[in-house]
Design a protein around this ligand. Structure first.
Ligand SMILES: Cc1ncc(COP(=O)(O)O)c(C=O)c1O
Length: 362
């Protein structure tokens, strides 16, 4: 337990802003980084030297534990420009808690909740001119922590650095997704790190995803590691299906990331009187529902993608036989389009924030 008083966050501002380098009418995801970043160091069992400094190169030794043994975790959340011109971060409490859960799983130190909130708000406030206004745009916030001991040997590091960088972004995917059911490779296994936002989870997913892309798909629909039959999630999204009027999504059993967007969608369904279930879904159930004509929708959810429609799901059987579910065109998906409108509307204050999800930055 951290009993330390929060140290003051030192601020060193840039001499010259880079804001004019950004093409604000064509924001590409992950291309530009705002002027400042937050950094804190962990040593001797405590966090010190909290600072906001110009976004710049960092200098580290090649023997860094993060490079060799993957002790690296991160988060992803967004700040929005509300319709009345304010800046608000969407549900940062959830991301702070998830980052600290990831830290525990990876034997890394937690960063105190209040310090995290304060650091994020201060950073976004300093770079608030980088928060774009509009329906598909936001300021993406990327906290991450790396193990910084200079030591080649497998053990948890004694020193760490926490960074928060931010980036003005547009949409993550340009078009609706064609996904392939993955039945050979797995993203996560019971008892593993699937629920943590640990960098290694993403590295391990790259080759199977690249293979699917070579076959013409946009993303994978991961299945469980034991039966290759229970649906888990997809790329950087949780997944939802609408079967016979009920919104269903796989439960949080430790192998999928507990998405903030997922949680928000479940809450909105309850608010809007839409039946919603968190339960296991098999590939077989999906195909049976499709054949019966009751599979109405499939979509992914995530901070980067918001709600993103899936237009086809292909399953390639071990004998090479292919079967494909074709879903209705996205503009016909009334329920998910409404959920998206409300969720995105709350973030920008077009709709009331009944659950207190917005944290304003002054
Ligand atoms: C593997 C994975 N699943 C799901 C999600 C969606 O989570 P969230 O809604 O918190 O962005 C993400 C994105 O962070 C992800 O990386």
């Amino acid at each position: 337990m951290q009993v330390q008083e929060m140290p003051e966050i030192r601020v060193q501002r840039v001499g010259q802003s880079r804001i004019n380098e950004v093409d604000w009418d064509n924001l590409i995801f992950g291309r530009h980084y705002s002027d400042h970043m937050f950094v804190a160091d962990y040593r001797d069992g405590q966090w010190t030297d909290l600072r906001i400094v110009p976004y710049e190169k960092i200098s580290v030794y090649p023997a860094l534990i993060a490079f060799h043994y993957g002790q690296e975790i991160f988060e992803g959340l967004k700040a929005y420009r509300t319709v009345d011109g304010k800046v608000a971060i969407f549900r940062p409490d959830k991301n702070i808690k998830r980052m600290n859960n990831s830290a525990r799983r990876m034997a890394m130190p937690e960063f105190p909740f209040d310090w995290f909130m304060e650091a994020m708000k201060k950073l976004v406030s300093i770079d608030k001119d980088w928060v774009p206004a509009g329906d598909d745009v936001a300021l993406y916030i990327r906290p991450f922590m790396i193990a910084t001991d200079e030591y080649v040997g497998v053990r948890p590091s004694d020193t760490y650095k926490l960074f928060i960088i931010t980036s003005p972004v547009g949409p993550y995917y340009a078009k609706p997704l064609n996904v392939k059911v993955e039945r050979k490779y797995v993203r996560a296994f019971p008892g593993g790190t699937g629920y943590a936002k640990a960098a290694g989870n993403y590295g391990g997913a790259m080759m199977p995803t690249a293979l699917a892309k070579e076959e013409g798909f946009d993303q994978l629909l991961w299945t469980d590691g034991i039966h290759h039959e229970y649906i888990e999630e997809s790329g950087t999204m949780n997944v939802f299906f609408i079967i016979n009027g009920t919104v269903v999504t796989p439960p949080l059993t430790g192998t999928i990331l507990p998405g903030v967007t997922r949680d928000s969608i479940i809450t909105l369904c309850k608010d809007m009187g839409i039946p919603v279930e968190e339960r296991q879904i098999t590939v077989r159930e999906l195909f049976e529902a499709y054949e019966k004509g009751i599979l109405e929708d499939a979509f992914g959810s995530g901070t980067a993608v918001t709600i993103h429609h899936i237009v086809s799901i292909t399953d390639i059987l071990p004998n090479g036989e292919r079967r494909t579910i074709e879903l209705p065109s996205p503009e016909k998906r009334e329920v998910s389009n409404k959920l998206k409108e409300v969720l995105e509307g709350i973030k920008r204050r077009k709709y009331p924030d009944r659950h207190g999800w917005l944290v304003y930055v002054d």
